[in-house]
Design a protein around this ligand. Structure first.
Ligand SMILES: [Zn+2]
Length: 232
């Protein structure tokens, strides 16, 4: 069996609500990572996600590359997004139990990595339970010790843009690739994944309902979606 936890980055967006509706219809609970600055201006999509069973996590205030910030600036990015998320949970009337964090671009801050991990640990951020991820590279890279939520499979659909030359065909090739250069093959037997998808209106304009097309394909191929679980 292939098991997968779904994570969706960059809410709020115009299509957040439609994505949440689809996930409810499909019986999938996802972690949706919010950009603080956007959720501060437009909290409603994140509120809607919370009121419809999703977990909303911290994706930084202004979606920066953490390697390009000082440690203090990086911590401030996380704190400012926390403040916004506390308010979003309050608006939704949902108790905030878990605090997952995802670095934008998966950029863990390079030389500041250890200090940022120590900060996340100390502040009680929630680590996704990754004990059953079977890939040797996950442990060999020390990812099993990190608090932030990385991923094992990136759909890369955010590369589909006018004139980028990247199309849904490239995404399908990636989905079906049984020997990818990095990460783990999505459809290899006995897999256990953290999936990365994005809530981007630009993608929806070019491939309407891209999230539905992709996730329905996973279901057809026997992927069982697991609910988010965390370790302390
Ligand atoms: Zn992002």
């Amino acid at each position: 069996m292939i098991q997968a936890l779904l994570t969706i980055d960059d809410i709020p967006s115009g299509n957040t609500r439609a994505i949440v509706d689809y996930l409810n219809e499909a019986g999938i609970q996802a972690i949706m990572f919010a950009v603080g600055e956007k959720a501060e201006k437009n909290p409603e999509p994140a509120v809607y996600a919370l009121q419809h069973g999703m977990i909303v996590g911290n994706h930084g205030y202004s979606h920066p590359h953490f390697s390009q910030l000082s440690l203090e600036e990086g911590i401030r990015e996380i704190e400012r997004c926390e403040e916004v998320l506390d308010r979003v949970y309050e608006l939704a009337g949902v108790k905030r139990v878990y605090r997952p964090f995802r670095f934008p671009y998966g950029d863990k801050g390079q030389e500041k990595k250890d200090a940022l991990q120590a900060y996340l640990r100390e502040k009680g951020f929630s680590k996704v339970n990754d004990t059953q991820i079977p890939y040797a590279w996950w442990r060999e890279s020390g990812l099993d010790r990190d608090i932030d939520t990385l991923w094992t499979f990136d759909f890369t659909e955010y590369n589909i843009r006018p004139n980028s030359g990247y199309t849904m065909d490239d995404v399908w090739k990636r989905v079906r690739n049984m020997a990818p250069d990095n990460g783990a093959a999505l459809y290899a037997p006995e897999g256990r994944h953290i999936l990365l998808l994005h809530a981007h209106d630009e993608t929806d304009e070019l491939v309407p309902g891209y999230y539905r097309l992709l996730l329905e394909d996973l279901k057809k191929n026997g992927v069982a979606f697991i609910r988010p679980e965390f370790v302390k």
